[in-house]
Design a protein around this ligand. Sequence first.
Ligand SMILES: CC(C)(COP(=O)(O)OP(=O)(O)OC[C@H]1O[C@@H](n2cnc3c(N)ncnc32)[C@H](O)[C@@H]1OP(=O)(O)O)[C@@H](O)C(=O)NCCC(=O)NCCS
Length: 166
Amino acid sequence: MSGMCSVSDRYLEVVVRELTQGDLPAILDIEHQGYSHPWSEGVFRDTFRSGYSLLGIEQAGRLEAYAVQATLFDEAHLLNLCVRPASRGRGYARQLLRVLLAESACQGLQRMVLEVRVGNRSARRLYQSEGFVVVGERPGYYPDGAGREDAIVMALGLAGPADPTS
Ligand SMILES: CC(C)(COP(=O)(O)OP(=O)(O)OC[C@H]1O[C@@H](n2cnc3c(N)ncnc32)[C@H](O)[C@@H]1OP(=O)(O)O)[C@@H](O)C(=O)NCCC(=O)NCCS
């Protein structure tokens, strides 16, 4: 019984790990499925440098989601969070976000900031449910067909060890 369980557990196992350049094909595959205006390979290559974190969620050896975060001074900036369309609604985005929040707090960062399209209801609900609040707007921030779409800026204070009272 335990032998059979360990085999099936291995296939079900969800792993959160740091991504490397070797993950680029899988990242780009998800990115192109996920966005009307995907990042280029060059943009992703630039993020494999210090000051950025790339985290992914893998299940049964297949990349299902990734997040890209930049750190500047005491602030984490969530630049990208994308889940394979066929694998949405399984909690992957929330799980990745929580790992990033925990790591950022652990590093003593004071807050996480992000931009999200005004019309991106699912992402806005996710961020709001994790405690992010709207702190600003960026008119025409995103390309949208022939026009532009506004971004809202959301932020969440992190109770890191550097300032446990914040
Ligand atoms: C937004 C996105 C990352 C959510 O990923 P996901 O793995 O499906 O999200 P989760 O399963 O972790 O769900 C977390 C929460 O998001 C919200 N959410 C997710 N899908 C939703 C939907 N279709 N409608 C409304 N809310 C939704 C809910 O609040 C959900 O919590 P709940 O399940 O308790 O209701 C995913 O839809 C995606 O990759 N979209 C394209 C890329 C993108 O827009 N990224 C955000 C850039 S700022």
